[in-house]
Design a protein around this ligand. Structure first.
Ligand SMILES: Nc1nc2c(c(=O)[nH]1)N[C@H]1C(S)=C(S)[C@@H](COP(=O)(O)O)O[C@H]1N2
Ligand SMILES: [Mo]
Length: 323
């Protein structure tokens, strides 16, 4: 493949593979090229970058947990950190890795406000040290029908909730990302800051992880540094990145994707192979856990395989209506 010049290889691979597969391939090729030549350049650039909140902290003494994915190989770190969705830094899967170095994560604080007895602004270091750090290997399923298996490092979001003591009226939690992007960049007009939300029981659920790292390292900017949430039984867009505000509210909060296209992106967004996205099936997913131009396609699991733990929260709800 390396014997072809760029143009030839692009024409060839874009003709024979679907667009998404081609992108993954193209990414792998570029990673290979980078590895071959530009390590020195990258190191020089890194030295000139702004300070990071994570410089204050270190992920060590990770607590082992029972959260594992027995049936699937873990996604290589290089794929997890170069094939991302972070629209503030571009629409293509390789844009965040290219552009998110401009994200300034120091100083960083997270304000918790709204219907809580103890509203508080946490400096990043305070939040990081609130609880011991656990590593959990989770399935991660994007609404675009690809998935990864990623070891995330964090602690249950419920620990933060307990620390601020929600009032009885708090029924939902809203997450707001840093407004990195001042302009509307999507043709349809996406509004910043990125907003996502969970119902209170979902936010309290032990699987919901306040996440500071992956693979035993603090988060890369493109993954939503320095702190994000991971909700493994829901489509990836529910897992807000680079969080600066957490708001406890009475009513279902407006969310970015739901506002953009409510018929495509519901508030619940539970992974569900039986409910198709209006433009594509959700029955299968491309498993991005190996460097290959033909990722394995596997059936998507109800609640992304976490049904035993989470299904009871939706008992009696019509999951076709509440998609
Ligand atoms: N602030 C913000 N958070 C975001 C997004 C985004 O564009 N902006 N994309 C979401 C989507 S669609 C997915 S699939 C995941 C991707 O996380 P990853 O790139 O770490 O795999 O982040 C979610 N969180
Ligand atoms: Mo996604």
């Amino acid at each position: 493949m390396l014997l072809l010049n760029k143009q030839e290889s692009e024409i060839l691979s874009s003709e024979i593979t679907p667009k998404e597969t081609y992108r993954a391939f193209e990414l792998n090729r570029r990673q290979l090229m980078r590895g071959l030549g530009s390590a020195g350049v990258a190191a020089g650039l890194a030295a000139a970058l702004p300070r990071k909140a994570q410089a204050e902290v270190k992920i060590d003494n990770l607590v082992a947990t029972q959260y594992k994915v027995p049936d699937r190989a873990t996604t290589p770190e290089g794929i997890a950190k170069s094939y991302n969705n972070f629209y503030e830094f571009g629409e293509e899967k390789d844009d965040p890795a290219k552009n998110a170095h401009t994200l300034v994560t120091y100083p960083w604080s997270v304000t918790v406000e709204g219907l809580v007895a103890k509203p508080r602004t946490f400096q990043f270091g305070e939040l990081f040290h609130l609880q011991p750090m656990q590593q959990r290997v989770y399935r991660f399923r994007c609404v675009e029908a690809w998935s990864m298996v990623i070891p995330w490092d964090g602690f249950p979001f419920s620990e933060l909730i307990k620390a601020v003591e929600p009032l009885p009226d708090a029924k939902f939690v809203q997450f707001l990302s840093l407004a990195n992007q001042k302009e509307e960049i999507l043709p349809g007009g996406i509004h910043w800051p990125y907003s996502e939300g969970l119902r209170m029981d979902e936010a309290m659920h032990p699987l919901t992880l306040l996440t500071f790292g992956s693979y035993g390292e603090t988060l890369a900017n493109q993954q939503g540094a320095p702190v994000r949430v991971i909700v493994p039984w829901k489509y990836g867009f529910k897992s807000a990145k680079s969080i600066v505000k957490i708001r406890f509210v009475k009513h279902m909060p407006p969310t970015t994707w739901n506002e953009l296209a409510s018929n495509e992106y519901g508030f619940y967004a539970n992974v569900n192979p039986e409910v198709d996205h209006p433009r594509w099936s959700q029955a299968h997913e491309r498993l991005l856990n190996a460097y290959t131009i033909f990722p394995k396609v596997v059936p998507t699991l109800m609640f992304n395989g976490y049904g035993d733990q989470v299904a009871s929260m939706y008992a009696g709800m019509d999951l076709r209506k509440n998609y």
